[in-house]
Design a protein around this ligand. Structure first.
Ligand code: HGY
Ligand code: MN
Ligand code: MN
Length: 416
């Protein structure tokens, strides 16, 4: 297979302009984005993406989970397409690049192939997966999970947000529920460009992360029940303080993660306190414990110690406890051939690079189950992400997109 010449480059300024244009949709309050899945803003971002893809000569497919597929024809229409993409939805206080860089980096490949008048044997399809973030609807990577056969579509449609609105209803409401059967598409390969969302590449002074693995994730929803009562007149010995129970469990979560240092992590990002009134002892708390590690046996140990420890804390305090697994995936090993295409591209283009284990979850982690898959990562400033101050440089974006370009085009095979 002919590797693309090292002079093959994307248009970095055009990519950056598109990132800034997309960032105007669903702006945050501090320079980032709040374009949560299946909101009107998500719908607007999808429409802008579709208009750009159609302007680049692509035809747009849409499946029953709202996953978008912008197809550039190949010389061999029967050849399985090479897919490239990520997600356009953001956290409520998200950055401008998480997910978006991967989708618009894929579009930039199409635009560059058009400019260079290059034909590939395999069609190329740029993809936007619905609800990667899992913030409005748990779990994360919901739609790539349905696509990969991990989740049933009906179960996904029933997921509810904090206001009780279902995924299925909201997808229909914004008008982005397609007819295509989810997961019917077959892929020759899948590539995802993503910001690292951690500090390693910047600290090591590397332009490119060659992602060999993705760490595994476990989300356990914890419900602790006590008794609402007056914070002033209820004597301390009589209290059934669910909030205090939660504090002890969160201390335990931190202890468990540190016990598996340096690779395991643990915290709770979602916390609901009821009735959340200044002068009422919380009678109920609901929170989600997020454990991660590259080692499955460590994840399983952390889950077990959480269950045992939380049970003891609640029994000692006379509190009720319910645990529900609401998300998770095993550690991922990406396809060696695709990983090599990424590494060779970085070398050919002269970018500094290193192997990396992804700390965050990505759609690629599920797609890896149904197609040869690899990821390209670029640094982000201070390793910060899931924060409106998330920042990358235009040079990092360009380097990542160039490596993605070479890996995708080499796999799609240039024919003229
Ligand atoms: O949770 C994650 O790792 C991803 O950002 N959805
Ligand atoms: Mn992401
Ligand atoms: Mn994210």
């Amino acid at each position: 297979m002919a590797a693309p010449g090292e002079n093959l480059k994307i248009d970095g300024a055009r990519l950056w302009d598109s990132l800034m244009e997309m960032a105007k949709i669903g702006p945050g309050v501090a320079g980032g984005n709040n374009r949560q899945t299946l909101t009107d803003e998500d719908g607007e971002g999808r429409a802008l993406f579709q208009s750009w893809c159609e302007a680049a000569g692509c035809t747009m497919g849409l499946d029953q989970m709202g996953n978008m597929f912008a197809r550039r024809e190949g010389a061999d229409p029967d050849a399985l397409p090479v897919y490239v993409g990520s997600h356009l939805d953001t956290q409520p206080t998200g950055g401008k690049y998480d997910g978006v860089l991967g989708v618009l980096g894929g579009l930039e490949i199409i635009r560059s192939l058009n400019d260079l008048n290059i034909k590939t044997k395999h069609p190329i399809v740029v993809t936007n997966f619905t609800n990667e973030e899992g913030t409005r609807y748990a779990p994360a990577m919901l739609s790539s999970g349905v696509f990969a056969g991990v989740h049933a579509q009906d179960w996904a449609y029933e997921r509810e947000d904090a206001e009780g609105k279902s995924f299925g209803d909201e997808l229909k409401r914004i008008g982005w529920r397609g007819e295509e059967e989810t997961g019917a598409r077959k892929m020759h390969a899948f590539f995802e460009l993503h910001i690292e969302q951690g500090p390693i590449l910047e600290a090591e002074g590397k332009d490119i992360g060659v992602v060999t693995h993705g760490q595994g994730l476990s989300w356990t929803q914890v419900t602790i029940t006590g008794k609402d009562s007056h914070t002033g007149s209820t004597p301390m010995p009589m209290r059934k303080n669910a909030g205090l129970g939660m504090a002890k469990v969160l201390e335990l979560v931190d202890e468990i993660a540190w016990s598996h240092a340096p690779h395991a992590v643990g915290a709770a990002g979602h916390i609901d306190v009821f009735p959340n009134s200044r002068n009422v002892i919380p009678g109920k708390v609901v929170f989600t414990v997020d454990f991660r590690s590259p080692d499955l046996s460590v994840i399983e140990d952390m889950e077990k110690r959480l269950a045992d420890g939380a049970r003891k804390i609640c029994d000692d305090m006379g509190l009720g406890l319910e645990l529900e697994k609401v998300g998770g995936f095993d550690p991922v090993t990406f396809d060696e051939g695709c990983v090599a295409a990424v590494r060779n591209a970085a070398e050919r283009l002269g970018y500094s690079h290193m192997n990396l284990i992804s700390g965050a979850g990505h759609d690629a982690c599920w797609i890896n189950r149904v197609a040869p898959t690899a990821m390209v990562m670029c640094p982000c400033v201070d390793g910060l992400s899931h924060n409106e101050a998330e920042e990358i440089s235009p040079e990092w974006a360009e380097a990542g997109a160039n490596v993605l370009f070479h890996a995708v085009v080499e796999t799609a095979e240039i024919v003229g």
